[in-house]
Write a protein that binds this ligand. Structure first.
Ligand code: OAD
Length: 250
């Protein structure tokens, strides 16, 4: 059961503002069938991040790392955005400025129609050459076990951020600017423990933004949240949009 009074509270904080940021994590895609990273069924329960998601792992055994990412690509190929992605795309149309900052690499926000999208950890469907640095979109494509660059023959890698790597500079700067300026931030489906991404919530709060969290359970971000909406993102976000519509017509 969604808590109506908390929904009202959250909607009233969003009502009338012009600049909103949504900050999302794996929980947003959970209802599409994408496994989250932490928790009982999490990806990091079955794989050790240092064996499949670090530059050292790739240097040591690119085949193993590609096996992991090719499996994830296979899994994602048939998945579709869920009502959480759809609602975030819809919210974008309701605010003068709306920036969607995501830690997800699954591409589902873009598929749902979200624009002004900042993918902090890269995108699973993009590959980057370790030699010449060129990138390619390979949405839905089946890749070889160890893909190589068509231009220079060097090894390709997924264009994602691995542990120990810096976030893409321009994307990070844009995200930092967005959270520094926004009037509210919606923090959805993230455990908020992976830095520097998680630090964006605190930056927003320090600059005076209202923090509204949507998650099935309390997280590291809950303490700095003004309103915590507990429930599945695919249910809470549409209900929040509805509450916002009602306030708008009231
Ligand atoms: P996590 O797996 O750490 O957290 C997922 C969050 O989603 C948890 O807080 C869950 O409670 C919540 N959740 C699960 N199902 C939900 C649902 N239906 N509705 C709402 N919330 C739900 O994933 P992230 O926070 O995204 O980085 O992880 C951050 C980063 O750690 C990832 O980008 C990835 C990972 O290691 C890299 O690979 C660099």
């Amino acid at each position: 059961m969604l808590n109506e009074s908390l929904l009202e509270q959250a909607a009233s904080k969003l009502h009338g503002i012009t600049d909103l940021v949504a900050f999302t994590g794996a929980g947003v895609s959970a209802e599409s069938g994408v496994p989250t990273f932490r928790g009982a069924e999490g990806v990091w329960k079955n794989f050790r991040a240092e064996e499949v998601a670090t530059p050292e792992a790739f240097a040591r055994d690119p085949k193993l790392v590609w096996e992991f990412y090719n499996d994830r690509r296979d899994l994602l190929a048939d998945l579709q955005p869920n009502p959480a992605h759809d609602t975030l795309a819809e919210l974008q149309r309701r605010f003068e400025r709306f920036t969607l900052v995501t830690q997800n690499i699954d591409g589902l926000h873009a598929l749902a129609g979200s624009r002004n999208l900042l993918e902090l950890h890269g995108n699973l469907w993009r590959v980057r050459c370790t030699g010449c640095g060129q990138t390619w979109e390979t949405v839905g494509e089946k890749l070889p076990a160890i893909p190589e660059c068509e231009s220079c023959g060097a090894l390709l890698r997924p264009d994602v951020v691995w542990f120990g790597e810096a976030l893409p500079e321009q994307v990070w700067n844009e995200a930092f600017t967005a959270v520094s300026q926004c009037e509210a931030i919606l923090v959805v489906g993230t455990s908020a423990v992976v830095y520097p991404a998680a630090g964006l919530v605190e930056v927003a709060r320090r600059h005076g933004a209202q923090v509204i969290e949507v998650n099935i359970e309390p997280t590291a971000a809950s303490e700095s949240a003004d309103v915590c909406l507990h429930g599945r993102a695919g249910e809470v976000l549409p209900a929040l949009l509805e509450a916002l519509r009602t306030q708008g017509s009231g």
